[in-house]
Design a protein around this ligand. Structure first.
Ligand code: WTA
Length: 654
């Protein structure tokens, strides 16, 4: 059994949970009366324009509805309702790549959100339910745009700035977006980089749905302006009123779409609701980050991912907190940047990904000691399993062995944290997400709902609906049901399956063991093998391809591609071209089709793939080979069992 660290109390003043008894009491309250307990929190936390009639409607499961009949507005919940008590409090502290700063109070944020909302309505004819694609750098206008959409009931769909024009175009078309909000570009590592040219490229063909493009001028570099389509945010905003009435939104009206990778096919547009989503964003902010009125909180994610949505913008602002937004990268100008910012802003909660922790550990193990990090109370990690050495360094060197570490397990689809320690209450174990949060009925079961034995791997399922869960896949209800409610059942009823495996120790601690499907987790970002493979197949010389994740020191997993060339497949030649040259060409295609985040770390050019007689590629064998594991799978069902040895010698010899 791994070492247990007792919760730190010294830096906590009246924490959300003082001990595990309080946790158990609340969990029991949920177990005894699930709906009423959620109802209690919804009434306490949300400022309703009209109260809801029904807490949970399960009549059309798994299309669950929460707080039915209620009227509210997420921008009102995050901004306007704080104006009585916090108008002069910093809502957003922005630090640019080059160190420039902006501090935006709640009052200023309300002004900006209202002006932007009016601009969307008046200049771009955006109405409730219209989709707005946001392709933005990490600047306050990204958060302002999100909130402005929420204010008028438009549905935003943020596309991470690292995605290519093709990927952006696919998402624009799928969402049938009417407006794209972007920036000329921004700054990274001291130099300007561009976003607007990517939007221009994406809009070249097939995006007739997009009528206008709104451009924030951030880096001031030259861009092309298309007359009648492209408008300057900075210009138009000047003429708008700072008053804007919130749209009365139903609890279940969609707040946003966020595309994420699945094991097959194209990325899916995960659709979130208004009331249920914001309720859990706020509750987890208060519980897991123990946010207090004087705290300064910093999450290093990008707004293009779910962590940026829930824990840079919606959660902190709903909780009335001060959230830090950072445009740059943690290693510029050196590996002390984060620690310097923590010292300067007196950050109390710092939330980042294991990839960043591993990188900062490797590049500057002694850097944290050079700064005063005594303001820190909570350190968070998210997105991928954290390995014990990285955890220990984070705990000891960054947290000075004085902070609670919250290893938060959740997904784009869950909207907010599912399994996480509660600071000051949960005794923590390195690299362990610990226990489900109160209200979350997380269970490790087999496909029929039988709980797995202690220490045995099983499916990580959430067996009761919860308010912030995914509501649908945009435009594909069938895929929604199949992807999440098709694999596991409990008491004969389909339950939500996360796609992850997990196991429980004797003392009920949960450890996430990783994806059970073909999703690869690169630097905490989800990559679908099918997406990468379909990009690689666009190369004219490629006959077949299979990609798998390969353990990587910094990124957690890297992408490894097994490629069969056409000439080899048709036995015209053993080798068609220089492999190095081919690898470069293939990666160029991936960069164009998806973006640099999906580049292959390694490629092996092999004579064939291990296929069963029915043509199914046995990826498990391919995964074992890259990990250097002995092949334990039965290879006798393969069309050509000798292929395994041939592939092994190519990979091992490489
Ligand atoms: C993985 C990110 C281990 C998991 C919030 C999940 C984790 C996927 C953890 C979701 C964690 C996330 N420990 N694995 N603490 N947190 N994951 O949708 O495989 O980008 O299914 O959401 O990341 O990734 P997504």
């Amino acid at each position: 059994m791994s070492e247990i660290f007792e919760p730190k109390k010294s830096r906590f003043n009246n924490p959300a949970f003082k001990n595990m008894c309080e946790y158990n009491d609340l969990m029991n309250e949920f177990k005894e009366d699930y709906e009423a307990t959620w109802g209690r929190f919804a009434s306490e936390k949300i400022e309703w324009f009209k109260p809801y009639d029904t807490i949970l409607d399960e009549s059309n499961a798994p299309f669950y509805k929460w707080f039915v009949g209620g009227k509210m507005n997420v921008a009102h919940q995050c901004v306007d309702r704080h104006l009585d008590t916090k108008k002069n409090k910093a809502a957003i502290i922005f630090e640019g790549d080059n160190g420039d700063q902006r501090i935006i109070t709640y009052r200023e944020l309300a002004y900006e959100v209202n002006k932007t909302a009016n601009m969307f309505k008046n200049q771009f004819d955006i109405k409730k339910g219209d989709r707005v694609v946001v392709y933005m750098p990490m600047i306050p206008e990204a958060a302002i745009t999100m909130l402005a959409c929420a204010k008028i009931g438009a549905i935003h769909s943020i596309v991470f700035g690292g995605f290519s024009a093709e990927a952006l175009k696919d998402r624009i078309i799928d969402a049938e977006a009417k407006l794209v909000v972007t920036a000329d570009g921004a700054f990274r590592k001291g130099t300007p980089y561009m976003l607007k040219p990517v939007v221009d490229e994406a809009l070249k063909t097939g995006c007739e749905c997009v009528k206008k493009v709104c451009i924030v001028e951030r880096n001031g570099e030259d861009i092309t302006w298309v007359a009648g389509r492209d408008y300057s945010y900075n210009e138009l905003i000047k003429y708008e009123s700072s008053k804007c009435e919130p749209e009365m939104m139903d609890s279940e009206d969609p707040l946003f779409l966020l595309y994420t990778s699945g094991s097959t096919g194209k990325p899916k547009g995960v659709q979130h609701s208004s009331a249920g989503y914001i309720l859990w964003a706020q509750m987890t902010m208060e519980w897991v980050f123990d946010i207090k009125d004087n705290d300064t909180y910093w999450c290093t994610a990008d707004v293009g991912w779910i962590t940026g949505h829930t824990y840079i913008v919606y959660g902190p602002l709903a909780a009335g907190a001060t959230t830090v937004m950072f445009e740059g990268v943690p290693t510029f100008p050196d590996a002390g940047r984060c620690w310097k910012m923590i010292e300067e802003y007196k950050i109390n909660q710092f939330y980042t990904a294991p990839t960043a922790i591993r990188m900062l550990h490797k590049m500057g193990a002694d850097e944290p000691a050079k700064y005063d990090l005594s303001s820190l109370r909570i350190l968070g990690t998210v997105g991928e399993p954290i390995d014990p050495p990285a955890w220990k360094w984070y705990y000891e060197e960054v947290g000075g062995s004085q902070c609670s570490i919250v290893d938060t397990y959740w997904q784009t689809e869950t909207g907010g944290h599912m399994i996480s320690p509660l600071p000051a209450a949960t005794p923590i174990k390195p690299a362990c997400a610990t226990f489900p949060l109160p209200g979350i009925m997380a269970e490790i079961i087999d496909a029929d709902g039988t709980p797995t034995e202690i220490g045995e791997k099983g499916f990580m399922c959430i067996t009761k609906p919860w308010p912030s869960m995914i509501r649908n896949i945009w435009g594909d209800s069938e895929r929604f049901v199949k992807s999440y409610f098709g694999d596991c059942k409990k008491d004969g009823k389909p339950v939500y399956f996360t796609g992850d495996g997990a196991m429980m120790s004797e003392d009920k601690y949960i450890t996430i063991t990783g994806r059970t499907d073909d999703v690869i987790n690169v630097s905490g970002h989800r990559m679908g093998t099918a997406e990468v493979e379909s990009a690689i197949k666009k190369h004219p010389n490629v006959a077949a391809v299979a990609v798998v994740g390969k353990p990587h020191d910094i990124k957690g997993e890297g992408i490894f591609a097994y490629i069969v060339l056409k000439a080899v497949a048709t036995q015209e030649a053993d080798q068609t071209a220089d492999e190095l040259e081919l690898s470069k060409e293939i990666n160029k295609i991936i960069k164009n089709e998806i973006g640099a985040i999906a580049l292959c770390d390694e490629m092996a050019f092999v004579p064939d793939l291990p296929k069963t007689r029915s043509g199914k590629i046995m990826r498990r064998i391919l995964r074992s080979i890259v990990k250097g594991e002995a092949i334990t799978q039965d290879t006798s069902t393969l069309e050509d069992p000798s292929i395994v040895g041939k592939i092994e010698s190519i990979v091992r010899g490489a």
